[in-house]
Ligand binder design. Structure first.
Ligand code: F6R
Length: 616
């Protein structure tokens, strides 16, 4: 959570920082701030720290009154952890002398004791944040080192926790010191200076060649160049990564919001995730697997660990892995998995699913699983992310940058990737023949066109359904099998973007309690696509209908009977049950988005949320 950005060069720093912060806003939007170097008429450099509660737009209006002269500064957009959103708690945080300012993404776990020690040594704190200790620690260290990067390095030695941080010092004009441990930092050199940010997206206008800083590495950015050092202060030459995706992907491209744009990109995500995955021999080709077929053949238990939407992709995968490979598969929230003592042996495969690749609980679960001897396979959307780096193998979901806080296209990419993995396990275990794999692969690819068909033909039906439930106090999502798995995701999507309370239940569970909620007009959104349990779901719906529920059904095209019980029907093309989660998720995403728009919500940045959850 939180986004940091920094620039030093020859251009106007405030413009570059603001543009970067806007792109990083998905990481947090409780408050924003910048520290800009300013030279007074006597030639002395000072730091101006300007902070505002709320989104970057608020900071932008504040900065209109600041002149354009500064060419060096750092900025931050915050998701509150320690301390409520307030100006005092907004970053950057300055030291007592006001000559050093720090922005930070991460958590300083030992901040309370550091704060006590620093207070005892005379430091005065102005915020409730963990970050402020960094500013004071750097201040103390700078008094000894007189060199900013060395001071930051010394400060980091005292700190337990995670950080991606950038610091400036009025006594070293034009220099930005950067450090990283467990929180992302990318650095790049453009024509007009040096740039740092939490995410490539904030520097892609300036350069496509970036350094993804590793844990324990430091950087010194200056207008004329960048130097990198290790934890001992020795110079290093980090690897440069070339970015080949386009900035258009980070813009709305004519759509009213990123969520809709990203929903509409899903046909491409399916296609891209599948490119090159089926060898002419009929073997699935997952070259980043990191595990031999012999190792895969020994797997006798699979855990899918993930959080939120990624966890729901895991629920879909369970059906496929058990169905095709006949390997027992459990799906568990990473936040639970890491604190139990799951049964793990060397023949256990842990599949960690994470769009961002940096979710704290998922990472901790990966580390725990590896210590216990499991093979770990990552499914992530971010190349080089911690999940990718810490797993034995990885499949990238090829969703490209996802900006809306609510996951949509990355979810589809995850399901497609997990489907490939399930097919591969089925193939390796000898449960799926090459012919079956070819057929499944072709049908999986067909879902791209089916999603497009839904996007083209069902928008009006979804809109009508959204109107029907937008004023309800609550809604229920129900389904069975695959339908149950995506009902959970449908309910999550609706509540997170529209703030309309929603729950999901396996439809057969309704009569064990939730049906008590139903009174006339209560919206029930049901996944009633053709599947082996179709009749069962329909009977469950009849029980809801009998109690006056307003039924919105997702049905397979051609199913006219469903109209007898449903008030609204959204159709999806006929598809194999195994792939129905891919297609049926799309109307549920559209429904959530439409309800949110109708209720006047900020669909891309729902309250209290952030895209990357890097804290426990
Ligand atoms: C909901 C959503 C979250 C994430 C969750 C895990 O729309 O996006 O529930 O799925 O925070 O994030 P990742 O996948 O980055 O680990």
């Amino acid at each position: 959570m939180c986004g940091i950005v920094g620039y030093t060069g020859t251009d106007t720093a405030k413009d570059i920082l603001l543009a970067g912060l806007k792109r990083l806003e998905y990481r947090g939007y409780d408050s924003a701030g910048v520290a800009l170097e300013r030279t007074d008429p006597a030639g002395e450099t000072h730091l101006d720290v300007i902070r505002r509660v709320g989104k970057v737009a608020g900071l932008e209006s504040e900065l209109e009154h600041v002149d354009d002269e500064s060419t060096c500064g750092i900025g931050h957009t915050r998701w509150a952890t320690h301390g409520r959103p307030s100006v005092a708690n907004a970053h950057p945080h300055a030291c007592c002398g006001g000559n050093i300012a720090v922005v930070h993404n991460g958590i300083i776990e030992n901040f309370a004791e550091l704060r006590d020690e620093l207070t005892a040594r005379g430091h005065v704190f102005g915020s409730e944040t963990d970050t402020e200790v960094l500013a004071h620690l750097v201040e103390e260290a700078y008094a000894q080192t007189h060199e900013l990067v060395a001071a930051v390095r010394k400060a980091c030695e005292c700190v337990v926790g995670a950080y991606g941080l950038a610091a400036v010092c009025a006594d070293e004009p034009g220099v930005i010191a950067v450090a990283r441990k467990d929180s992302p930092i990318v650095i790049g050199r453009g024509e007009h200076g040096s740039y740092v940010a939490s995410d490539i997206i904030a520097l892609i206008d300036a350069t496509r060649d970036v350094v993804v800083l590793e844990d324990g590495q430091f950087a010194r950015l200056a207008p004329e160049g960048i130097t990198y050092t290790d934890a001992q202060g020795e110079l290093i030459e980090p690897e440069v990564t070339h970015i080949d995706w386009d900035i258009d992907m980070a813009e709305k491209g004519g759509y009213p919001d990123f969520m809709l744009k990203e929903i509409c990109e899903q046909p491409r995500v399916v296609r891209d995730t599948l490119v090159g995955r089926l060898a002419p021999s009929g073997e699935l080709d997952i070259d980043e697997l990191g595990l031999t077929f012999e190792e895969l053949d020994l797997i006798d238990r699979v855990y899918v660990i993930a959080c939120g939407t990624s966890y729901h992709a895991g629920l879909v995968a369970k059906n496929l892995i058990e169905g095709w490979a006949r390997i027992p598969c459990e799906v568990e929230a990473a936040s639970e998995f890491r604190y139990r003592n799951p049964i793990i042996t060397p023949s256990t495969l842990v599949v960690a699913v994470s769009q961002s690749g940096e979710t704290a609980d998922t990472l901790a679960a990966i580390r725990d699983a590896r210590i216990k001897g499991a093979k770990v396979f990552g499914i992530t959307n971010v190349v080089g992310s911690p999940v990718a780096r810490e797993s034995d193998g990885v499949i990238y979901t090829k969703a490209n940058k996802e900006i809306a806080v609510a996951s949509t296209k990355s979810f589809i990419g995850q399901i497609v990737s997990l489907t490939l993995l399930a097919m591969l396990l089925g193939q390796v275990k000898g449960k799926l023949t090459t012919g079956q794999v070819r057929m499944l692969f072709r049908e999986l690819g067909d879902t791209a066109a089916q999603i497009q068909y839904i996007l083209d033909s069902q928008r009006e039906a979804v809109h009508e359904a959204a109107l029907a439930c937008k004023d309800a106090p609550s809604a229920l999502f129900v389904g069975r099998g695959m339908g149950a798995a995506i009902s959970y995701e449908g309910a999550l999507k609706l509540k997170e973007v529209s703030y309309l309370h929603a729950e999901a239940y396996a439809a057969g569970e309704m009569k064990h309690g939730p049906i008590a909620l139903i009174d006339p007009g209560f919206p029930v959104i049901a996944v009633t696509t053709k599947s082996p349990v179709y009749d069962k779901v329909v009977s469950n719906l009849k029980e809801c209908e009998a109690r006056g529920a307003k039924i919105i059904a997702l049905a397979t095209e051609g199913d006219e009977d469903i109209k007898q019980i449903a008030d609204h029907v959204i159709y999806i093309p006929p598809v194999r049950d195994a792939f129905s989660a891919i297609t049926a998720s799309v109307p549920l995403q559209l429904l959530a988005r439409d309800v949110a728009v109708m209720r006047g919500c900020d669909v891309d940045q729902p309250r209290n949320l952030a895209k990357s959850v890097t804290v426990e």
